[in-house]
Design a protein around this ligand. Structure first.
Ligand code: CA
Length: 235
């Protein structure tokens, strides 16, 4: 099996060296860039399977790099994990809405880094087959049948509103993935039905209540948005 390629774009040399070392140790092929401009060049030449992108970069910042990576045909589909510092929640939200797939808050352990990298690569492979979207999603006692707008908890049907169902189906379509309120609004609203950020919070409260024991599967990511809990083990 060929090694998966990871590009790190990070200006802090200590972090760059450490992440590089850890990823190489774990069998990845790694390239480094210490500025955004260099990162864009390497992304084109190296063709990474995944990009780790620091948000706070000198010159062109990480958000702008993320935007450009999403516009280039060669890197449009490449997953991006943002590396962020504490207090950058607004940037995390903007980054996710610009097309980043996940984020990792500094400082992070080697273990967390590897888990995140593997999860994103695994999801990327899984997303290649869109057929799965209409299969029921099962998580513990919860079953979601996207094709039939039907949800059961421990075999008992749950009455959800159209909006609640859409939000749940969206989150559960990518377990472990954080969706911002803006992304939820975009995905849920019809042309004649305005959903606001605040309304999303209200919908989530109602949704959790109706899901009862499965309510905690819908997790709040403080300052960023919501996600559906990832299955333990290899799920
Ligand atoms: Ca930095």
């Amino acid at each position: 099996m060929s090694k998966e390629r990871i590009l790190i774009i990070e200006d802090e040399e200590d972090i760059l060296a450490l992440v590089h070392f850890n990823l190489v140790q774990n069998g990845f092929q790694v390239e480094c860039a210490s500025s955004g401009e260099q990162g864009l060049r390497k992304a084109r030449d190296f063709r990474p399977d995944l990009i780790l992108l620091d948000l706070m970069l000198p010159g062109v910042d990480g958000l702008e790099i993320c935007r450009r990576l999403r516009e280039l045909p060669d890197t449009r589909a490449c997953p991006i994990i943002m590396l962020t510092a504490k207090g950058e929640e607004t940037d995390i939200v903007r980054g996710l809405e610009t097309g980043a797939d996940d984020y990792l808050a500094k400082p992070f352990s080697n273990q967390v880094l590897l888990a995140r990298v593997r999860a994103v690569l695994r999801r990327q492979n899984r997303n290649d087959s869109d057929k799965e979207k209409l299969l029921p999603i099962e998580h513990g006692d919860l079953s979601i049948h996207p094709g039939r707008n039907r949800v059961t908890v421990a075999g008992q049907p749950i009455e959800l509103t159209y909006t609640e169902f859409k939000i749940l189906a969206l989150l559960a379509s990518r377990p472990g993935w954080v969706f911002t309120r803006g992304q939820i609004v975009d995905s849920v609203h019809g042309d004649d039905y305005a959903v606001t950020d605040r309304a999303v919070d209200v919908q989530i409260v109602g949704l959790r209540k109706k899901l009862g024991p499965c309510g905690p599967l819908v997790e709040t990511v403080r300052g960023v948005g919501y996600r559906f809990q990832e299955q333990n083990g290899d799920g």
